[in-house]
Design a protein around this ligand. Structure first.
Ligand code: ATR
Length: 274
């Protein structure tokens, strides 16, 4: 009898998640025998759902909104990148049955920007909009590319300043409010939750440098409000987070299975369907 390893994504809401599709495509492509399901898990049910999943033999979990901080608290041990991002999107059962928590969002973004879109982040001026959990998860991989500067701008200014201070020994990072944005940036990343509801932070004209790139961590079948802002502001590229989604999934798949899927055909397929 073949035993099929079980993986899942937990989140709330979860019905539109593309993760089961992505992981099934990876499994098919790499010849790995596994099943991957999606489960609607509100925050208050997380503890019970996760312990049941692993008690029943589950091998690994992805956790998405609003569970990443809870998964961080649940993991027995964590990678450094998960430790610093204070969020876990991947739990992996280890040989001794302990649970390793990792966060593959940041590396997923960096891979999409660098490998898929050919960007060189070294020496450039980067702006992140938002200072919540999504921003925290991408700071370290961006600083590792040695940009000239990394600015975090947020509606609640203190949160941007405090978040930047946490990473001050990792690179040239600072925090400010949207009103303080009086410089140009080569890469602007939207990590606010505003674009999910079609809203945009107040951004001054001329914020994006010539040949600059915009990237929304969110994605949808229609261009997000920030992707449209990028197009209106003559961005060389104005991208959404579909590539990041596939790349973070590939990194999780690698952690679980030790095999790296080819992400290109999966990104192309998902792009062709919207
Ligand atoms: P996530 O985990 O998705 O990052 P979060 O931690 O709740 O979610 O953070 C949401 C981010 O989006 C915050 O930076 C928030 O700004 P505040 O810290 O000032 O609340 C930002 N945000 C949400 N709605 C926004 C809006 N309409 N305009 C500007 N920023 C917004």
């Amino acid at each position: 009898m073949t035993i099929t390893d079980h993986y899942a994504v937990f989140g709330h809401p979860i019905n539109h998640s593309k993760s089961p599709r992505i992981h099934r495509l990876f499994a098919e492509q790499t010849g790995q025998a596994l099943e991957y399901t999606a489960q609607d898990v509100p925050a208050e049910q997380f503890q019970k759902a996760v312990s049941t999943f692993f008690a029943e033999g589950g091998k690994g979990l992805n956790c998405t909104v609003p569970l990443k901080e809870l998964a961080w608290g649940y993991a027995d041990h964590k990678t450094e990148r998960a430790q610093l991002s204070k969020a876990v999107n991947t739990l992996a059962r280890q040989a001794d049955d302990s649970l390793l928590g990792d966060n593959t969002d940041g590396i997923g973004l960096a891979t999409d920007l660098i490998d898929n879109h050919g960007l060189d982040l070294s020496g450039i001026r980067i702006l992140i909009l938002g200072a919540g959990g999504a921003s925290r998860g991408i700071i370290l991989p961006l600083l590792e590319q040695v940009p000239q500067t990394l600015v975090i701008a947020n509606r609640t200014v203190d949160k941007a300043v405090n978040l930047a201070a946490e990473f001050h020994n990792r690179g040239p990072i600072s925090g400010c409010g949207f009103d303080d944005l009086n410089r140009q940036f080569d890469l602007i990343l939207n990590a606010t939750s505003a674009s999910l509801s079609g809203q945009l932070p107040p951004l001054p004209a001329g914020l994006l440098a010539e040949n600059g790139v915009c990237y929304d961590l969110a994605y949808g079948n229609e261009p997000t409000a920030f992707v449209l802002w990028g197009l209106e502001n003559h961005a060389a590229k104005s991208l959404d987070g579909l590539g990041m989604l596939v790349e973070q999934a590939a990194e999780a798949f690698f952690i679980w299975r030790g095999v790296r899927p080819n992400t290109q055909p999966v990104i192309e397929l998902l792009n062709s369907e919207r």
